[in-house]
Write a new protein. Structure first.
Length: 168
């Protein structure tokens, strides 16, 4: 198998897993009203609409990193962290899902164009090892992990709202 074929298979695998985790998250909110998507029925302050919004924001930030490193990532990182987890009164679930779909399409296009081996130093933050770098590949894997983690949060919130489960 050639290096190009291996890279293509790897990209296909990354995109398939990302699509699956996104699918779980989208499934979790199907059939909800905007009011239900704003509910915070668990011990946390998380809502389903807020999780969709947050996951989109994080994906966009990491894809900016994948394109140009920490400076590009941090250049427009959401300043209002708390509201980044909330579905605000002027937002609709339909609008948040549409925005998320646009982000997903852009991510898939960019990952198809970028070299997965390109690496950049991480931004300075207490949760990153000082001086560490991540490749585009690792940024893509982080997007998958972030989406999967929040899909689990969403599943618990949805089950609390009306008993629907994503799996099981």
């Amino acid at each position: 198998m050639t290096t190009t074929a291996i890279a293509s298979t790897e990209l296909t695998d990354l995109l398939e897993v990302l699509a699956k985790t996104r699918g779980f998250l989208r499934f979790t909110v199907q059939g909800l009203t905007d009011e239900q998507a704003r509910l915070t029925p668990t011990a946390s302050k998380l809502s389903l609409g807020g999780l969709i919004k947050h996951v989109r924001t994080v994906e966009e930030a990491w894809m900016r990193f994948a394109v140009g490193g920490a400076e590009l990532m941090m250049g427009s990182v959401e300043q209002d962290w708390e509201n980044g987890f909330r579905m605000l009164a002027d937002e609709t679930l339909e609008g948040l899902l549409k925005d998320y779909e646009e982000t997903a399409a852009k991510t898939e296009r960019l990952l198809g164009e970028l070299d997965l081996n390109t690496a950049y130093p991480l931004p300075q933050a207490p949760w990153f090892e000082a001086g560490a770098s991540w490749s585009v590949r690792k940024a893509a894997m982080h997007i998958i992990a972030e989406t999967a983690q929040h899909s689990g949060h969403a599943d618990i919130i949805r089950e609390t709202i009306d008993g629907q489960k994503t799996m099981g």
